[in-house]
Every structure is written in structure tokens, then in C-alpha cells.
Design a protein around this ligand. Structure first.
Ligand code: T1G
Length: 690
């Protein structure tokens, strides 16, 4: 079926793109558009042309799935050149998002009309790219670089109203944007003038240049090593210093150089992985989510309070339940204080805070959960406590209510067994702080009903989370892999590395902080309690806790925090303790390079990820990447642990694991069968289609 239709309406040639779901500019669409523009220009009965499209989106941009493949003509810049040089005026009728190449198509037109719901943006920066089809040259010419640059730098779309104000749109109409565009096109034809963006240099004044350069200097300071930011600055600067055609050539050269950059390849992987993750195997669109009109949260501690905020932020009334008034009041006060910080920062109005606080109904006793469509338990991480609560909930919750535990690693079927409704019992593992972190692991025990899972996924997205459905099992996906990294970090200390060297390796890789700074921040006693509950030992971590060095909250942990300083300082006593433990274990300490530290930290995580895939606890390697990017700040421009492993080469990782397992004598470090098989076949995790 053709992707682009041309039909004549009076003197207007109406070109309609129909490439569901978002009218991406695939090769077929580009070819169809080029042919339609040529045909309309050859048709004497046509005086002007309108480009419209079907569906929600006007055009969502270039077809990202085509990047890295051999280019198919016409290249987008050539198509846009043909539109701009069309003998007859061309007007864009924008009913929805016009993003990336989609906005660049509209910029090459001679007029632009939109509906109020339309959003216009150049999000290429989020893919590690820059606009590659004239956006860096046409947009500054149309609205000035001081306005255009922030749009390209943030990648965030602007609303139709703001676009009209900027002069990016000629008109915004309440309905029937195609008719409005036709009238606009007729008018341009009658005036026999065609406003051509590429020649509109009036906005590129010296003042505009100064404003742009100031914004550019600030952007370069915050580029954080991403090559597309300096590239964007260079391309936009070309709008001031070069002729249009030369500016286009510089933009194209920079764009093509970024397409091959590993960071952009990683970000494009994340883009698709984040969409794949929403597709839960065995749960198709026919499985309808249950209606969630109200919620209840059990436990007003840090997690429970944060989860209650998620519901209030999404406008869902939520009953926050505690066992007694005092902890309940503490919980509500903590929520109010968190909102106050947002109000003081100006990111929340006092009225919005009041509205959200009203949506949170504090109550003592589980009976208050009776009317809720979903109950999220965020009580003490102890199985007995959870079983007791779910046993109670089974009696008070209404039939069909979803009963979810926020447990971070306990067995969900065991929790479900405390009820007579295991089909309604799932895990919803939020990450701290729950009102901030995007990741939501939805634990799908075997007995859970499909629509219970579908409900949790839909709700997760409504709460603004990235829901990832995972199988039941200790630590699910994220924490199970984190435990491998934690063990590896401890092994490195005993073998010869020091905390700051281990942390530096991860920070150098792109994490916000390393494992020891993170442990000091979260509190070393949390891991200590969990290890004791499972009879596990970690010589250095246990020694610190036995000394009461829990981290920032006690002024010292792996590091010293004088006067509550946030940035830790090296602690000679801890380093002496580590050396003593090495000696006690008969280990001859040795130096480790940053590369070796990184490999020793990340390889065991990847190995655990392979086991997670073998067991079906994660459906796809990309799901594991999304967990780590959204739950543990794995740098998105590294693509996630499984994408990173593929970029290193699974044969390299398997070999390193074998060497380490032999050196330490720990069979658990042997490469997992899946990892070994893929390495032997010369394949990556990407070859596993979920
Ligand atoms: N290319 C290919 N597929 C795309 C796509 C794109 N640009 N945008 C979306 N999809 C697929 C997506 O993978 C999913 O597929 C389906 O469409 C629905 O997407 C030259 C170089 C438009 C706001 O970065 O922001 O132009 O999972 O689930 O929530 O300068 O998609 O159904 O198989 O996100 O309604 C710049 C990316 C490209 C915009 C719709 N454009 N897309 O959101 O649906 S680079 C972008 C979005 C470029 C030029 C440069 C969103 C959306 P599947 P969805 P949604």
C-alpha cells in the first residue's frame, strides 16, 4: 500500500502521508513525497501544495531503524531541497507531533498551520545526534538562534502556541488544519510569493549571535563529553558564518560523523529497548487492564511515602496506611517536606502541592484499604511481616483489587500464599526515592492473572514510570545483578584495590557514583542486615559495620565525612583495616588498573544477566539494559550492561570470567552457559530476539 497519496482538491494538490504508527520518514515515504511534489508541480491544474498525514503524529522524524543501514534515496536533505525549491508554494498541515525530520519537512515548506495539540521539536540530541536535514540552518533563520538553539539542545518539543509566538507557525486553528493549510497555500499562490526559510537571514543579527554564543558557551561547559553538543554549536554557528548551502554541508558532515558514534548507537538502542519493554510476552492488547480509580499504600516510611506521592502526582487518590498515628504523621510530614522543596525550587506551585496533599488520605489500620482498586505494601522487608499483612488484606480488600508488594527481593509467591487470591498478588518494586526514580520492576509470579500484570504496566506508565515485567526470583533483575557487583567490589578490596580506586573506575565509566560511595550514602547497615539474614559474609563490609561505620549517617563508612560533608574523604583507618583483612586471608595485595577494576565489576553483572535470560526472569537483553539505566543510573550513552557486553565482545568477557574464576577458585564466576554459547558462536546478546 502506498505510503504517500496525491489528490487534487480544486487548485490544491493534497499530499497525504500514511505510514503508521507515527509517519516516520522511511525510504518509501521519502520516495513517495519526492514523487508527489514533482507530480503536483507538473500538474497545471495545481496552484499550490499541502502536505498532511494520517494518525496522531504529523511526522515523528527520520526512521531511526534505518540508521546505520545503506542509505536509500532520496536522502532527506535532497527531498527538503526539492520541497523548498518547488515552483508552487507548499504548506504543512500539522495535526500532531512534528519531530526531528518531521519538523525539518515543515521548515522546508513555505507555510505552516497546526492544531493546538501539535508539538514541534528537534529531539536528535537525545539520540546522540544533531538535526541532519537543515534544522540547524533553517530554524535559526526562521526564529533566531537564541530561540532555536535551546530547542535543539534540550530536544524538548514546544507547544503550538509557543511556536506561533516564535514565528515557527503561520497559524494555529482549532480544527480542520488541512482546510486551513489549503487556504494558506491558496493565499501564497495568489500573492505569487514564497517565503523561503533558507533566505530569511533577517533574524541572524549580531544581538542574536551574542545571545547564541552565551548559550553555546554554557552548553559546552555541561556537554559532559558528549560529542553532539559541540557539533550542534558548530552547526548553528555556521548559520551566522556560512552561506546556507555551506551551512547545510557542515551540518550534514557533523550529523553523519555522529551516526557512527558508539554513544549515539547506544542511545538509539535504548530508544527501541524502552519501547520493546512495554511488550510483555503473552499479554497482548486483548488483555484489558483493570480500572484503577483509587489506591492504598501500606507503610508510611520512606518508600511508602514516596509511592503514595507517585499516585498523588498522577492525580490518583491514595490512602496512606500505618499501624499507629505517630508513624503516620511522620510519614505525612515527610511527604509535605519533600513537596516543599519542589515548591521552594519553583518546580511545584503551592496550589499544586495542596491538591496533591489532599489526594493523600492518611489512615490507621488495614481496614482503610477496603475501597482501593490497588494496594501497594511497602512495609518492613521481612517475610513474616509481609505474610501477616497480605493475610489481613485478603480479608479487607475488595474483590478484584490488585495486591502488590514493593519487596525488593523476597519471594512473591510466598507472599501470595498468605491470601486466597494469588491471581491478584504481584510485585511492584519501586526504586528509592520512589517519587523520583523511573524504574518500576513488575514481578510476575506464575500464579498472577494476565490482566493483573497488564494493570500494573498501564498504571506504571500512568505514574510516569518505566515498567519492566520481571520473573520472580531473588532480587528479580536489578538487585540480583547489583549483588554481583557488590561482591566483586568487596573482592577487589581484599585483592589489593582501595575504595576510591574502585569508585573512580565506575565514575570514569559514566556512573554518578561508585559502589562504596553509594553504600555510604544508602547506609552500610542495610546490606549488613541482609547478609546476616542469609548467612553471608563480606569481610570488609562486615568489619566496617561491626565498628558502627555505617556511612554518611554515622559520619564515616568506607570514607570519612567530616561535619556531615557529602563528599567522602579517604580514611586511613579503613585502608589499614582492608590491608589487615587481606593479610588475614593470606592474600598478597596487588595494584589494579582502572580497566581491570571495571571489568571485574561489570563482567560478573553481565554473567548474572545471562543467567537471568536463561531462566526467563527477563524477557529480553534490552529489558535488563532498561532496568539498569532507569534504576541504577547506568549511563544511557553506554546502552546498558548487555549492550555494553556486546560492544566489548562476549568472547572477551567469557575469557576474563574464566581467568578470574580460576584465579579466585570461585566456580560461580564461570561464564553462564548462554554467555559461553553466544561467545562460541561469535554472537552478542542482541542476537536473542525477545
Ligand atoms: N523512527 C522509527 N520508529 C519510530 C520513530 C522513529 N522516528 N518514532 C517512533 N517509532 C516507533 C516506536 O519504536 C514504536 O514502535 C512506535 O513508533 C510508537 O512509538 C534527519 C536524524 C513520536 C512522540 O526522536 O518521540 O529525525 O514499538 O511507543 O508514545 O534530523 O515515538 O510500536 O514497534 O514512542 O505515541 C527524531 C522519536 C528522529 C522522535 C510517539 N525523532 N519518537 O510516542 O509512541 S532522528 C524522534 C517519539 C531525525 C533528522 C533526524 C515518539 C512519539 P513499536 P511510541 P508514542
Amino acid at each position: 500500500m502506498t505510503k504517500v497519496q496525491l489528490e487534487r482538491h480544486g487548485r490544491i494538490g493534497l499530499v497525504t502521508i500514511d505510514n503508521p504508527p507515527v509517519n516516520a520518514l522511511s525510504a518509501a515515504v521519502r520516495q513517495g513525497l519526492a514523487a508527489a511534489i514533482e507530480q503536483a508541480n507538473a500538474d497545471k491544474a495545481v496552484a499550490a501544495i499541502v502536505i498532511a498525514s494520517t494518525g496522531k503524529a504529523f511526522i515523528a522524524g527520520a526512521d531511526i531503524s534505518e540508521f546505520g543501514k545503506p542509505p536509500a534515496p532520496p536522502a532527506l536533505p535532497d527531498l527538503l531541497d526539492a520541497i523548498e525549491r518547488s515552483a508552487k508554494p507548499v504548506v504543512a498541515a500539522i495535526q500532531g507531533v512534528a519531530l526531528g525530520g518531521g519538523l525539518e519537512v515543515a521548515l522546508a515548506c513555505h507555510g505552516r498551520a497546526a492544531l493546538p495539540a501539535a508539538k514541534l521539536g528537534l529531539p536528535e540530541i537525545k539520540l546522540g545526534l544533531i538535526p541532519g536535514a537543515g534544522g540547524t540552518q533553517r530554524l535559526p533563520r526562521l526564529i533566531g538562534a537564541a530561540k532555536a538553539f535551546p530547542i535543539m539542545l534540550s530536544g524538548e518539543p514546544i507547544a503550538a502556541g509557543q511556536a506561533l509566538e516564535y514565528g515557527l507557525l503561520d497559524e494555529v486553528v482549532s480544527s480542520d488544519v488541512v482546510t486551513a493549510a489549503m487556504k494558506l497555500a491558496e493565499g501564497l499562490a495568489a500573492e505569487r510569493r514564497r517565503p523561503v526559510t533558507s533566505e530569511a537571514t533577517g533574524r541572524l543579527t549580531e544581538t542574536d549571535r551574542e545571545a547564541f554564543e552565551a548559550l553555546a558557551a554554557d552548553a559546552l561547559k555541561k556537554a559532559d563529553g558528549m560529542p553532539n553538543v559541540p557539533a550542534l554549536v558548530e552547526a548553528v554557528r555556521g548559520a551566522f558564518t556560512l552561506a546556507f548551502v555551506e551551512g547545510l554541508a557542515v551540518e550534514r558532515k557533523l550529523f553523519l560523523s555522529l551516526i557512527g558514534d558508539p554513544r549515539s548507537q547506544a542511545l538509539r538502542h535504548v530508544f527501541f529497548a524502552e519501547r520493546e519493554v512495554a511488550k510483555v510476552p503473552g499479554i497482548g492488547p486483548e488483555v484489558k487492564p483493570r480500572e484503577i480509580l483509587s489506591a492504598a499504600v501500606i507503610g508510611a516510611g520512606t518508600m511508602g511515602g514516596g509511592i503514595a506521592m507517585c499516585f498523588a502526582n498522577a492525580g490518583i487518590p491514595v490512602t496512606l496506611i500505618e499501624t499507629a498515628q505517630a508513624p503516620l504523621d511522620n510519614g505525612v510530614n515527610r511527604i509535605g517536606a519533600i513537596y516543599d522543596i519542589s515548591v521552594s525550587r519553583g518546580s511545584l506551585t503551592p496550589e499544586a502541592k495542596a491538591k496533591r496533599m489532599k489526594l493523600i488520605r492518611p489512615a490507621v489500620g488495614l481496614a482503610a484499604a477496603a475501597g482501593a482498586d490497588i494496594v501497594v505494601e511497602a512495609a518492613f522487608e521481612e517475610m513474616g511481616v509481609k505474610q501477616q499483612i497480605f493475610g489481613e488484606l485478603d480479608k479487607v480488600a475488595k474483590p478484584g483489587a490488585i495486591l502488590a508488594s514493593n519487596t525488593s527481593y523476597l519471594d512473591v509467591p510466598t507472599i501470595a500464599a498468605a491470601t486466597k487470591r494469588p491471581q491478584d498478588v504481584i510485585g511492584m518494586h519501586f526504586f528509592s526515592p520512589a517519587n523520583v526514580m523511573k524504574l518500576l520492576e513488575i514481578v510476575r509470579p506464575k500464579g498472577a492473572a494476565d490482566d493483573a500484570i497488564a494493570t500494573a504496566v498501564a498504571l506504571g506508565r500512568r505514574l510516569g514510570k518505566v515498567p519492566v515485567v520481571v520473573g520472580n526470583g531473588f532480587g528479580f533483575v536489578g538487585n540480583r545483578m547489583l549483588e554481583q557487583r557488590t561482591r566483586a567490589a568487596e573482592r577487589l578490596l581484599v585483592a589489593g584495590a582501595l575504595p576510591h580506586e574502585v569508585d573512580a573506575a565506575l565514575v570514569g565509566f559514566g556512573f554518578k557514583m561508585g559502589p562504596f560511595a553509594m553504600a555510604d550514602l544508602a547506609g552500610n547497615d542495610i546490606g549488613w542486615r541482609s547478609r546476616k539474614a542469609r548467612g553471608l559474609k563480606a569481610a570488609v563490609a562486615d568489619a566496617l559495620c561491626e565498628a558502627g561505620w555505617f556511612g554518611q549517617k554515622t559520619g564515616r563508612g568506607y570514607y570519612l565525612y567530616p561535619q556531615g560533608a557529602r563528599a567522602g574523604q579517604r580514611c586511613p583507618e579503613v585502608e589499614a583495616l582492608i590491608q589487615r583483612i587481606s593479610a588475614e586471608q593470606g592474600v598478597t595485595r596487588r595494584a589494579f588498573s582502572q580497566e581491570e577494576i571495571l571489568a571485574r565489576l561489570l563482567d560478573p553483572m553481565v554473567n548474572e544477566g545471562a543467567r537471568i535470560l536463561e531462566e526467563g526472569v527477563a524477557a529480553r537483553p534490552g529489558d535488563i539494559d532498561i532496568v539498569w539505566i532507569n534504576g541504577y543510573n547506568w549511563p544511557a550513552w553506554r546502552g546498558g550492561p548487555m549492550f555494553w557486553a556486546d560492544s566489548v565482545g562476549l568472547d572477551v568477557i567469557a575469557k576474563r570470567l574464566e581467568t578470574q574464576a580460576a584465579e579466585i577458585g570461585d566456580k560461580a564466576l564461570e561464564p553462564a552457559p548462554l554467555l559461553k554459547r553466544l561467545a562460541a558462536e561469535g554472537k552478542g546478546f542482541a542476537s536473542l530476539k525477545g
